[in-house]
Design a protein around this ligand. Structure first.
Ligand SMILES: CC(C)(COP(=O)(O)OP(=O)(O)OC[C@H]1O[C@@H](n2cnc3c(N)ncnc32)[C@H](O)[C@@H]1O)[C@@H](O)C(=O)NCCC(=O)NCCS
Ligand SMILES: Nc1ncnc2c1ncn2[C@@H]1O[C@H](COP(=O)(O)OP(=O)(O)OP(=O)(O)O)[C@@H](O)[C@H]1O
Length: 194
């Protein structure tokens, strides 16, 4: 099975686009969600996280995302430590997941794909984009967070310009109907060429 990586900055609409592929019958792996499940279920991850971030990292066996986010998105060394704990486990889990799929290709949605070199193991990569001010508005509305909190995450992600240099497949996600049309075109092309 071929792997199509799908990424984009915070609030670009990765999950919205992934859902469109899923509706077309394409298996979709959402790394954000799987990472969360693994941080809550893996004893090894929990031990490593509490060693670096302290016992306050978990409340009743669930990762305190707000506590961790406040630390890591304001300290890039700590974020790297967190990534190094979680990303290898997600990569291993993804490999196992792939073995269970029966499809020409799957979508691997990941917030961090170019930044950590994950794109190198993909057969194609899609970048979802939208202007920064729109992305900030979307996330503030969706999560009830401040502009500063969104910007803190953006600072830890590559710019769209840098990401564009690594892929030709870009979905500018502003008008949902246009996005849907683009998804359908890409899907048909993948079925022909992958
Ligand atoms: C820091 C954590 C606890 C914050 O949890 P929270 O529920 O607030 O955010 P969530 O995981 O839903 O991510 C929302 C968005 O934040 C941004 N973000 C998340 N992780 C990262 C990261 N490592 N680097 C840069 N941006 C990130 C992305 O735009 C992502 O789509 C969580 O994001 C985390 O554990 N991140 C590290 C693991 C990771 O990289 N996950 C993403 C793909 S594997
Ligand atoms: N084209 C669009 N028009 C209007 N709203 C949109 C559009 N695309 C996405 N949204 C909304 O914007 C918000 C962010 O979208 P989504 O969750 O898909 O982005 P994401 O890139 O996966 O975000 P994150 O990086 O935080 O995981 C959601 O509330 C979604 O419904």
């Amino acid at each position: 099975m071929k792997i199509v990586g799908l990424t984009g900055g915070i609030g670009s609409g990765k999950t919205t686009v992934s859902k469109m592929f899923s509706t077309l019958g394409v298996p979709v792996y959402i790394a954000d969600i799987e990472a969360k499940k693994l941080t809550n279920t893996s004893k090894v991850i929990r031990k490593k996280i509490t060693t670096v971030f302290g016992e306050d990292s978990y409340i009743n066996d669930v990762l305190d995302s707000k506590y961790i986010a406040n630390i890591v998105f304001n300290d890039s060394e700590k974020l790297e430590k967190l990534n190094n704990i979680i990303h290898p486990k997600v990569a291993k889990h993804f490999k196992k997941w792939c073995l269970k799929q029966e499809s020409v290709y799957c979508i691997k949605e990941a917030a961090i794909l170019f930044e950590n070199g994950g794109y190198k193991s993909c057969d194609a990569t899609i970048l979802v984009t939208a202007p920064e001010h729109i992305r900030i508005e979307r996330v503030m509305q969706r999560d009830g967070v401040t502009k500063e909190e969104v910007k803190a995450r953006m600072k830890n992600q590559w710019s769209d310009t840098k990401k564009r240099s690594l892929t030709r497949l870009v979905i500018e996600n502003i008008d949902l109907e246009k996005t849907q049309e683009n998804v359908l075109k890409m899907h048909e092309k993948f079925l022909e060429t992958l």
